[in-house]
Design a protein around this ligand. Structure first.
Ligand SMILES: NC(=O)C1=CN([C@@H]2O[C@H](COP(=O)(O)OP(=O)(O)OC[C@H]3O[C@@H](n4cnc5c(N)ncnc54)[C@H](O)[C@@H]3O)[C@@H](O)[C@H]2O)C=CC1
Ligand SMILES: CC(C)CC(=O)C(=O)O
Ligand SMILES: [Mg+2]
Length: 360
């Protein structure tokens, strides 16, 4: 099969982790006789440096013309980088928000799974983890605070900054349907997370989720307030199967859930819309603090590439091969520094990619 993949290495550790994912994809291509062709585009700080904007129209056109998009991460040191002293739509992350919106990728699937071999890397006690941790966060991705109107103004010497959080019922309905569909393929349990004790948008969220739930009577549904959910995730993570939530809550809760899997370097993601064209990226950012050191964990990006094979390219057994290779390498005791434990063999970003590609 011929597949056209757009690569967005981005900033910071992005180029290092995408390079390793491509290594693994090439191993899959060789084994199963697929021809993956790659076209790189710039997005984020690197695009600002080259073109003055975080994402050009030409780059979006390349992504739209491909079968799938694989992203590393964008952004720099937010407190200390020339990229941030400009209008919001010219900052690196604006490129990411723009491509999500342009491709209408409203559903962000973030599977949080603790490998048996990584129980040592999980900061929670064994009795809290119990039989393990295996859940999915279904995060709305093109609405809410990150896409609302925003401005900063100064009146009588006082600066006021405003962000707005808006959802309409159609936006909620389509992500709720995705959440229930995925719950049906799993343990049929869905927790809808909101802040309905305060926010109007959350009250609408609850109402629409209740309506959608009627079409999925087999799914056990409950509502939970987001602050409680943040606490429940570390107190009793095993209670969750699918968390369905809005954009910012999902962003924050997924970083929290990542630590239960051992490291944010383990959490993959798929961003999907109405068509097959999806965007696949690790849940973490560009990690400027470790960029260029060859120590970043590439597994989240490699597992995102597996999701790309499964969801955009319908290559299920090839995706299984990547996931099995990751499990095998962890079983053999290889670890990047973020998941390192006593008695294990520490390896670099490059070495981890080599090992996973070899096992494929
Ligand atoms: N999807 C994207 O492109 C995202 C971009 N960002 C951007 O990334 C930049 C850095 O943001 P931070 O808040 O520092 O979040 P971050 O996720 O980049 O890093 C947080 C911490 O996790 C570590 N970390 C992240 N990925 C890792 C990996 N693969 N292996 C080992 N350790 C890893 C980092 O070293 C850091 O200590 C910012 O400019 C932010 O806006 C943040 C999140 C997502
Ligand atoms: C630009 C941000 C919303 C990126 C991020 O933190 C994420 O998608 O997880
Ligand atoms: Mg995030």
């Amino acid at each position: 099969m011929d597949c056209k993949i757009t690569l967005i290495p981005g900033d910071g550790i992005g180029p290092e982790i995408v390079r390793e994912a491509v290594k693994v994809l090439d191993a899959v291509g060789k084994k199963y006789e697929h021809h993956f062709t790659y076209e790189k585009i710039l997005m984020g700080g690197c695009s600002i440096d080259a073109y003055g904007v975080p994402l050009t129209d030409e780059a979006i056109a390349v992504a739209k013309a491909s079968d799938a998009v694989l992203l590393g991460a964008v952004g720099g040191n937010v407190g200390n980088s020339k990229w941030y002293d400009v209008a919001p739509n010219l900052r690196p992350e604006a490129g990411l928000l723009k491509i999500r919106k342009e491709l209408e990728l409203f559903a962000n699937i973030r599977p949080a799974y603790l490998y048996n071999e990584l129980k040592d890397a999980c900061p929670l006690k064994q009795e809290v983890i119990g039989d393990g941790f295996d859940m999915v966060i279904m995060r709305e991705l093109t609405g809410g605070l990150y896409f609302g109107e925003r401005h900063t103004e100064e009146v009588n010497g006082v600066i006021t900054a405003t962000d707005t959080l808006t959802y309409n019922e159609e936006e909620i309905r389509r992500i709720a349907i995705k959440g229930f569909e995925i719950a049906m393929k799993r343990r049929k349990k869905l927790t809808s997370v909101d802040k309905a004790n305060v926010l109007d948008s959350s009250r609408l969220w609850r109402k629409v989720v209740k309506e959608v739930a009627k079409d999925y009577p087999e799914v056990e549904v409950s509502d939970m307030l987001v602050d409680n959910c943040a606490m429940q995730l570390v107190m009793n993570p095993g209670q969750f199967d699918v968390i369905l939530t809005e954009n910012m809550f999902g962003d924050i809760l997924s970083d929290e859930a990542s630590m239960i899997t051992g490291s944010i370097g383990m959490l993959s993601s798929a961003s999907l819309g109405k068509t097959k064209l999806g965007l696949y990226e690790p849940s973490h950012g560009s990690a400027p603090d470790i960029a260029g050191k060859d120590i970043a964990n590439p597994i989240a990006t490699i597992l995102s590439a597996a999701m790309m094979l499964r969801y955009s390219l319908d290559l299920d057994k090839e995706a299984d091969a990547i996931e099995a290779a990751v499990a095998q390498v962890l079983k053999e005791g290889y670890r990047t520094v973020d998941i390192m434990a006593d008695g294990m063999q520490q390896c670099s970003t490059t070495k981890m990619g080599d090992l996973i590609a070899e096992r494929v």
